[in-house]
Structures are given as C-alpha cells and as structure tokens.
Design a protein around this ligand. Structure first.
Ligand SMILES: [Zn+2]
Length: 461
C-alpha cells in the first residue's frame, strides 16, 4: 500500500517538474573551441539526467567485475565447508551405526575439507577405535592434548582407553589432569573418586567424593555409604600406624554416618571393648542391630563381657530379640547362646522359630550340634548336616560388581578390586552357564560412552 503511495508521489513530482519546465522556457548555449551547441533548457536537463544514469550504470558494472574473484572464492569456501560438515555428519552416523570403514573414510574427507581440528580429530579417533586400532586412536587423542580447546577431549579418550586396558596408575594420572582443566564435570569426579578409592588413597577419595556428591554425580545416600566405608578404611590405616585415637574416631564417624552399616558398628565396638568401654560398645551394636540384625554383630555382642557365665549371657542376648523382634538372626543368636549354656529346650525352640522364618544352613548345623550335645545322637546329627548341605546358601558379603562372595567384609572387593561393592546377601548359585555365541549385530556395537568409564559401586548393606 505504502509502495503505491510512494510511486504516486514520485510520479506527481516528475509531472510537476515537467510542467514547471514547460512553463518556464529558456535556452542553453555552449560555446567551446569554436563549436556552438544551442538547445532548449528542458532538453539540456534531459541530456544531463541520461548522462548521470549511464555513469551510474558504468560504475556498477565496474564494481561487479572487480568483486567477482572474491565472491567466487567465498562461494567455493562455503561449498567446501558444507561438504566438510556433511562428511562429518556421515562419519558420526557411521560411528553410531558401527561401520568402521565409512567412518574412517568420512573422517579423512572431513579432515581435508574442514579446518575444525576438535571435531575431525575426535571423529578420526572414534573411527580408529571402532576399527579396533587402539594405537591410532591413542595417537589422535595424544595429538589433541597439544591444543587447549581439544585437550580435555583428548584426555577423556586416553582415560577411557587406560581404564579399559586396566592401567589404573595411568588412568588416575589422566583423570587428575582432566580435572585440572574442568574441575566440576560430574562423570570425571565419579571416575576420579572410583580410581582413588581403588588405589587405596582414602583421604583423596574422600575429598573427591564430597565434590562428586556436590556435583550430583553420586546420589546422596550412596555417597554417604561410600564415605562411611572410606572412614572405616582410614580407621584401619590409623591402627596400622599405631594411632589408636584416630582409629577409634574414624570408626565412630563411619558408624554415626550410617548406623546400620555392620562393618562400622563391628569395628567401633571392637575398639571400644579393647579400651574397656563396654557400655558405648553395647550401644553401638544394638543401634546397628535395630537396623540390620547380622551374625557379625552377634559375634561381637558375645565378646562384650569377658569371662561371662553362659546363663548370664543368654539373659543378655534376649535384648537383641527385644531390639529387633521376631528376626531370624535374633533367634539364631539366642539358640547359639542357649547351646553354650546347655539350655537345650530354649535352643531347640529358637532354632525351630528361625527355621520357620527362613530355612538356613546355620540353623540345620546348630540342630545337628544340639542332637550331638543333648542326646549324643550322631545319626540324627548326620541327617541335619545332610539337610544343611542341600539348603539354600547362607548370605555372605557379595560383590555387586563381580558377584564374588566372601565371609569377611573389606572396602575393596578381593576379587575385582571395586570399592564399597560388598552387600550382605545370598550369593548367586554357582551354576556354570554356557551362553550361546553372541550374535554379531548385538555384540558389535562400539563403546562410545566415555561418560561412564567406571561403574560406580552401589552401597552395601
Ligand atoms: Zn568384585
């Protein structure tokens, strides 16, 4: 609408100018070197305007010819970038699809077309990894360390490689270098914590764990459990260095952090008993028993009062059933104490109750002992032992990472070295499973998730 108005205004101005010229006639005379040109003023104005128009056209033509090479260069550069990014995209798709030859081809093409080392180097490294060429991948990752903008990516690649090859010392060093560049990256913090804990650097692991929890890389409850396990290991370390007070304070801190964490309660109670402090030791054991009735706790509970009469001990053990009523471990603990006090009837009643709650090898073994002690009946004892052999295995400290079971808790799994991965549960039945050969389609997918290079162990019971 406004364009039409403008057009009308322009036409009106031109018409007005033409009318004005016609109404004000005149002549123009040019006399130059003997040449005389005479014309009307209107014609002179028209000639002047045409000359101006021609000059403007010539100038535009000159600009166009002069700028052509730059424009051609710019166009070809744009085309080159477009082709480079296309190759990069195709390479990434090939990596995701697990097609190593296309990935490598596209990586080379993108490298030739683009001046984007962070992207093309990463693609080249991933393509090499996909082809199983770890050496080439390592070269690309190492080359990435030279540039500030790619150093972190390079370290991440090298770290993943080191973890996969089991080189913990190298992995720890790389993780620390990466952390210096980006201190608050969640996956890096949880990886660094895991590496420090596995290498037994408890104090450093504790610091990193705090940071990892702050960055939400490790959930709060899980982190608290890890911290209790770290404090417990620091307690053992302090004892080895002859620092009894530190040993106790670390153990106490672990117990306060997670009262139901059996190894911490056992540890703090044992240290307190050794210091002659029976009362706080009893309190720690009962506090843990309330949350997690456990045979390791009842073992220490037995040693609370040295030289105690067996009958008095039975009375004392009844507290455990009050603290956690009707629990299988309470009945088993009382059956054990009753057997020691030769209270056969009580022992049998508790064992029957325990079997009612959960049949277990320990209950059958105690029944065999009862038959032998009370009736001197070896035949009946043998029958109970046979029953024990075919019963479900009793719980043990079982590693959530590798499945190995052990009777004694330790911070590091004795089988796979994972930290705080032992939980109190029945081990999986030892059945040799013969798995069919992995189909290529499922098995051939690459591991492209350096985001979680190390599995974070889950809390133990
Ligand atoms: Zn393990």
């Amino acid at each position: 609408m406004s364009r039409a108005i403008w057009f009308l205004i322009k036409v009106a101005i031109i018409v007005a100018a033409a009318i004005w010229l016609v109404e004000h006639p005149g002549s123009v005379s040019v006399n130059w070197q003997g040449y005389v040109v005479e014309t009307s003023f209107t014609m002179a104005v028209i000639i002047g305007l045409v000359a101006l128009g021609v000059a403007a056209l010539l100038y535009r033509l000159y600009r166009a010819v002069r700028g052509a090479p730059t424009r051609v260069r710019r166009y070809s550069r744009t085309r080159r970038r477009e082709r480079g990014y296309k190759a990069l995209t195709q390479g990434m798709v090939a990596v995701a699809a697990g097609d190593p030859s296309t990935a490598r081809k596209m990586a080379r093409r993108a490298d030739g077309l683009l001046n984007e080392p962070p992207l093309t180097m990463l693609l080249s490294a991933q393509a090499a990894q996909l082809q199983g060429d770890d050496q080439a991948a390592k070269q690309y990752f190492t080359a990435m360390l030279d540039r500030p903008d790619t150093a972190f990516l390079g370290l991440r690649g090298l770290l993943t490689q080191a973890i996969r090859s089991g080189d913990r010392v190298e992995a720890l060093q790389l993780a620390r270098r990466a952390q210096a560049i980006q201190p608050n990256t969640p996956w890096l913090l949880s990886t660094l914590y895991d590496l420090e804990a596995r290498s037994g650097d408890w104090a450093a692991a504790e610091g990193t764990l705090q940071q990892a929890m702050h960055a939400k890389a490790i959930p709060a409850a899980e982190g608290r459990h890890h911290r209790a396990a770290l404090l417990l290991e620091r307690s053992f370390e302090a004892e080895r260095r002859g620092r009894a007070d530190s040993a106790l304070s670390h153990a106490q801190a672990a117990h306060d952090l997670v009262p139901g964490f059996v190894p911490a309660a056992v540890r703090v109670a044992r240290l307190l008993i050794a210091a002659g402090r029976t009362k706080p030791a009893t309190k720690a054991l009962e506090r843990a028993w309330r949350e997690t009735p456990h045979p390791d706790l009842s073992d220490v509970y037995r040693d609370l009062v040295p030289g105690e009469a067996p009958l008095t001990r039975v009375k004392r053990f009844e507290r455990l059933l009050n603290v956690a009523p009707n629990h299988v471990e309470g009945h088993l603990a009382l059956a054990r104490a009753s057997l020691d006090a030769q209270l056969w009837g009580e022992a049998r009643a508790h064992l029957n109750k325990a079997l009612e709650l959960r049949p277990s090898r320990r209950a059958y073994q105690l029944l065999a002992e009862l038959e032998r002690s009370e009736h001197k009946n070896d035949e009946a004892a043998t029958a109970w032992i046979a029953k024990a052999a075919s019963a479900e295995p009793d719980p043990a400290w079982t590693c959530t990472a590798c499945g190995a079971a052990t009777h004694v808790w330790s911070g590091l799994c004795p089988h796979c070295g994972s930290f705080d991965s032992l939980t109190w549960k029945a081990p999986a039945p030892a059945v040799a499973l013969t798995l069919p050969e992995q189909p290529r389609v499922l098995g051939g997918l690459p591991d492209l998730s350096p985001g979680t290079p190390a599995a974070s162990p889950s809390p133990a019971g």
